[in-house]
Design a protein around this ligand. Structure first.
Ligand SMILES: Cc1ncc(COP(=O)(O)O)c(C=O)c1O
Length: 385
């Protein structure tokens, strides 16, 4: 029998996805989820209520193929809501994960210099690493409230930079940019002609002011991604999109012809109805996110002896630092196995003294999760190594 680890294939070139591994172990084996990064999920019955989707419409779906970019009407509504109205600059994808895969594999070459955030959602740098790119890390530091320092980013960008990859509001810290900082970043990337990859997974949930707009509106070498998995409570629909110039799209279609081909017409129909009523869905979850953030803030205040944090500016994740716990993984195993609570250890983001806490779920779920977390921190912590 061949030894699989000796094969020089793609699986051996790309690092295992640490967060996905953690979720595989605990997502279905815990009772309370305060680890996931999205808002409370919607059911199909709720979509009938909240959108114009009808059962008759679903019954009339014929399972024909769709097109490589996605059906035209759907691309029009996406572009009107998140970009300039041009459907030729939209590709619908199986979540934004597929878009990330197409972007990295479609545009990067071995030895390219790539600027990435640290910490960061792993897919945003491990694929580039597997291609043989040189990563330059733009660090968000806890000591500086995870504030992105644009001058620091500028110092990493130069004529060799092929791509700058960012995600604001940011997973896992909830940090974000001001409009001016976004403009400065776009200018710095445009000056060297690199690609700007803008992961807008959490764009529509911000706590002060308005969501940042899509950089494609200002810079044609921007590529941005969106998803229903985070702000829209539909991770299981596996729906996302990518906005880029038609030339870039051609490269993505080239790759997609060997992988997923296109989306299901069923998914496309539901997605279209959701986007037509996106504000209504968003309003409900945004209100809940505000309420939950206040609950979490109070909880952190009451547990200062055990945790410290930087209050998120957007999204529904906070990256807490556990005082006196240098490796949060053992603590998170304990929390999952004994208290049946899902929390994500900072080891999944290469920051072992932190944990990612997702506060987007039902308020009752958050309250129960925090109460069990208190118990683990206050009562059990001496037993956790
Ligand atoms: C920043 C970021 N981008 C992209 C994704 C991919 O999500 P999906 O494929 O469900 O859209 C995630 C998932 O956690 C994420 O956190």
């Amino acid at each position: 029998m061949s030894n699989l680890t000796n094969l020089n294939n793609f699986t051996n070139k790309i690092a295992p996805a640490l967060l996905e591994n953690w979720m595989r172990n605990y997502y279905f084996n815990t009772e309370i989820d305060i680890g996931s990064s999205g808002v409370e999920n919607f059911s199909l019955a709720q979509l009938y209520e909240l959108t114009n989707l009808t059962q008759e419409e679903l019954n009339s779906v014929v399972f024909h193929d769709s097109s490589s970019l996605g059906n035209l009407e759907l691309r029009k509504v996406i572009s009107s809501r998140w970009s300039n109205g041009d459907p030729e600059q939209v590709m619908v994808t199986h979540g934004s994960s597929e878009a990330i895969f197409l972007i990295m594999n479609g545009l990067l070459n071995t030895n390219d210099e790539v600027v990435v955030l640290d910490p960061c959602y792993q897919q945003l740098f491990s694929i580039a690493e597997s291609i043989g790119c040189h990563l330059k890390r733009w660090q968000l530091r806890f000591e500086q409230n995870f504030t992105p320092n644009i001058e620091k980013a500028k110092s990493l960008i130069n004529s060799r930079t092929r791509m700058v990859i960012v995600n604001f509001p940011h997973n896992p810290t909830g940090a974000s940019l001001t409009k001016k900082e976004q403009d400065d970043l776009i200018d710095a990337v445009a000056e060297v002609g690199a690609y700007l990859v803008w992961d807008a997974a959490f764009a529509d949930i911000v706590y002060d002011g308005f969501p940042l707009s899509n950089p494609n509106l200002r810079y044609d070498r921007s590529i941005s991604m969106g998803t229903f998995s985070k702000c829209y409570g539909l991770p299981g629909l596996r729906f996302g999109w990518c906005l880029a110039s038609p030339e870039v799209m051609t490269r993505f279609i080239h790759l997609r012809d060997y992988t997923t081909l296109h989306l299901s017409p069923l998914v496309e129909l539901i997605a279209q109805r959701v986007i037509e009523r996106a504000d209504d869905l968003l309003k409900i979850r945004l209100q809940q996110a505000h309420t939950n953030l206040e609950i979490l803030s109070k909880w952190v205040e009451q547990h200062q002896e055990f945790v410290e944090w930087s209050r998120p500016q957007g999204g529904v994740c906070a990256f807490l630092r556990l005082r006196g716990i240098s490796n949060s993984e053992a603590f998170c195993h304990h929390l999952a196995n004994v208290h049946k609570v899902l929390l994500v250890p900072g080891t999944c983001f290469n920051h072992p003294s932190h944990v990612r806490l997702g506060f987007g779920g039902a308020t009752s779920n958050l309250n129960e999760g925090l109460s069990r977390l208190s118990k683990a921190l206050v009562t059990d912590r001496l037993y956790v190594h």
